[in-house]
Design a protein around this ligand. Structure first.
Ligand code: FE
Length: 248
């Protein structure tokens, strides 16, 4: 039985955030990913829908919460295969589904599927996405790690989906949904951020930008969710880290 765990991390009426995490059957050679479903007024948007290889696990988990044919859109933080190589498979359930992605990738992502109508390009400065009356803001996170890269902010839920920012590659015995011990957790994030993140200047600007947002939960695409004081703790830690470094 291929099934990921779903956990509702925010709910107010039809407005929900559901984390789809921790695939028990996923082979170890695939990096573990978190997908997030945002629903509002009967519409849904899936954030970083994941790789083609794990589609059955994400699909069955999502179906337990929401009708997949009512997915209005997917949001792709960037172009990587673990982010959106499942695109064509989702489109089979709703061919009218849209894919929001940086303008930089709007002729590359179609290699994963879709038609000219599928893609909505996000300009570098970001844009608002309307989900049945709920406004979701795409927040620039360029070069962190991809050169055309966005986070997604929900100011009502006070949740920032941060893509690869905040990602941690956790050992099997430390796989809780939330960060519990920041110092212990962040060791599993450090190497990843140093090597994958491309620009100290872009990182400094991201830290300034998101410090101005009210964030209760910072939700990355790999690893655990930062909440409460750990959100600012993460931003400060990241601000101090030197990135864009290859050893040797
Ligand atoms: Fe990536």
């Amino acid at each position: 039985e291929k099934m990921k765990i779903t956990e509702t991390i925010f709910q107010d009426g039809t407005h929900k955030w559901v984390a789809i995490v921790r695939d028990p059957d996923k082979p170890n050679f695939l990096v573990d990913t978190n997908e997030y479903l945002v629903t509002h007024g009967g519409q849904g948007m899936l954030l970083d829908p994941g790789g083609a290889e794990i589609f059955p696990a994400v699909f069955s988990a999502l179906s337990s919460e929401f009708d997949p044919s009512a997915l209005a859109a997917v949001f792709a933080s960037h172009q990587d295969p673990d982010i959106c190589s499942s695109l064509a498979l989702w489109l089979e359930f709703n061919p009218k589904m849209r894919c929001y992605v940086s303008w930089l990738w709007n002729s590359f992502i179609p290699h994963f599927g879709g038609t000219a109508e599928t893609f909505i390009s996000i300009p570098d400065e970001g844009m608002d996405i309307n989900l049945a009356g709920l406004t979701l803001r795409t927040v620039p996170a360029h070069y962190l790690h991809s050169s055309g890269n966005f986070n997604l902010y929900d100011k009502v839920a006070k949740i920032l989906f941060s893509g690869d920012v905040g990602a941690a590659l956790l050992p099997a015995d430390q796989n809780g949904l939330f960060v519990e011990d920041f110092d212990k957790h962040i060791r599993h994030a450090e190497g990843f951020h140093r090597r994958w993140m491309g620009s100290n200047e872009a990182k400094r600007r991201w830290c300034e930008r998101v410090s101005q947002l009210e964030i209760d939960m910072l939700c990355p695409q790999h690893g655990a969710i930062y909440r409460g004081a750990d959100v600012q703790r993460f931003i400060s830690w990241f601000d101090d880290l030197q990135v864009g470094i290859v050893k040797g």
